[in-house]
Ligand binder design. Structure first.
Ligand SMILES: O=P(O)(O)O[C@H]1O[C@H](CO)[C@@H](O)[C@H]1O
Length: 293
């Protein structure tokens, strides 16, 4: 099934995919995880795994980007039932925006209440260093400001309201939990907070674009996450998103630096273990019904 360009997937399409997955796994996860570029190792920590290749899941797109394995992994992390996307989808892969975000609605129909996302991003904030982990507190949605929003088209109230609020997109209690867990693990010196800006990609930004984004209030720039956040919030899931600063955005005409995907994946490898520990410790402390322990 391919969605009509204007309507996206119907509720029934999403339900069919969720039911297909539930029938095969028998596991109803409360936590959903989305892994960024080079950060898919987190999925390998899940115990009692049931794994689906994206190509075998009805309606699912395929991962086409190096560093995104293309597997949906069910299992338990610290005793909590989780589902983990080992690989996400991006606008620049050529998919309609409703297809990129389809997994969020499937998460919802699987029973997920909390979504934890990671991404790789370029650092715009001059105080950030490569290897820093930024807790996203807000976003700038450049494709959205230009009219490319995953909620465009008819609205199905079974998912959410026509005009969802985004001033509370990033759950404040989850942000505090990430800070607390980060402090407990001794990660305080590389944990940051800031604003993530999404662009369409796949070309990296020019120097003038980086300077503009920084002036507009962005601390980090990437090509993902925000579309997923909008759809996840629309259907009432709580969201935490973390950016690993994999490279410094080039802001200076004298710089010899050139953004490249290999550096992004390499930084991911170096920080992966700590990011995995941060998220798995958070999962252990997330209580549903809006409590944290
Ligand atoms: O956002 P994730 O999926 O981590 O990937 C980031 O890394 C890629 C560029 O190297 C882009 O896809 C960018 O969005």
């Amino acid at each position: 099934m391919f969605p009509d360009a204007n309507t996206g997937y119907t509720y029934e399409d999403c339900k069919a995919t969720a039911d297909w997955l539930l029938t095969q796994t028998g596991l109803s996860p409360l936590v959903g995880i989305v892994c960024g570029s080079g950060l898919g190792g987190l999925a390998d920590l899940l115990k009692d795994q049931v794994v689906f290749n994206y190509k075998d899941i009805p309606n699912f797109p395929q991962s086409t980007v190096h560093g995104h394995a293309g597997r949906l992994v069910f299992g338990t992390l610290k005793g909590r039932a989780c589902v983990c996307m080992q690989g996400r989808f991006h606008l620049y892969e050529g998919y309609p925006i409703q297809k990129i975000t389809l997994p969020m609605r499937i998460f919802k129909l699987l029973g997920v209440e909390t979504v934890l996302m990671t991404n790789a991003a370029g650092g715009l904030n001059q105080d950030f260093k490569v290897g820093d982990v930024m807790i996203i507190k807000d976003h700038l949605n450049m494709p959205g400001l230009a009219g490319n929003n995953p909620l465009s088209g008819p609205n199905d109230e079974r998912f959410g309201v026509r005009f969802p609020c985004m001033s509370d997109a990033y759950d404040r209690e989850l942000q505090q939990l990430a800070l607390d867990v980060g402090q407990d693990l001794g990660y305080g010196d590389f944990l940051r907070e800031g604003v993530y800006c999404v662009l369409g990609g796949p070309s990296f930004e020019t120097i003038a674009e980086c300077r503009m984004l920084s002036k507009l209030g962005a601390d980090a720039v990437g090509m993902s996450t925000v579309h997923e956040v909008i759809v996840a919030r629309h259907c009432g899931m709580r969201v935490l998103a973390l950016s690993l600063i994999t490279n410094q955005a080039v802001m200076d005409y004298d710089s010899e630096e050139k953004a490249n995907h290999e550096e992004v994946l390499e930084t991911g490898k170096q920080r992966a273990e700590q990011l995995e520990r941060l998220i798995s410790t958070m999962v252990a402390r997330i209580e549903h019904n809006n409590n944290y322990v």
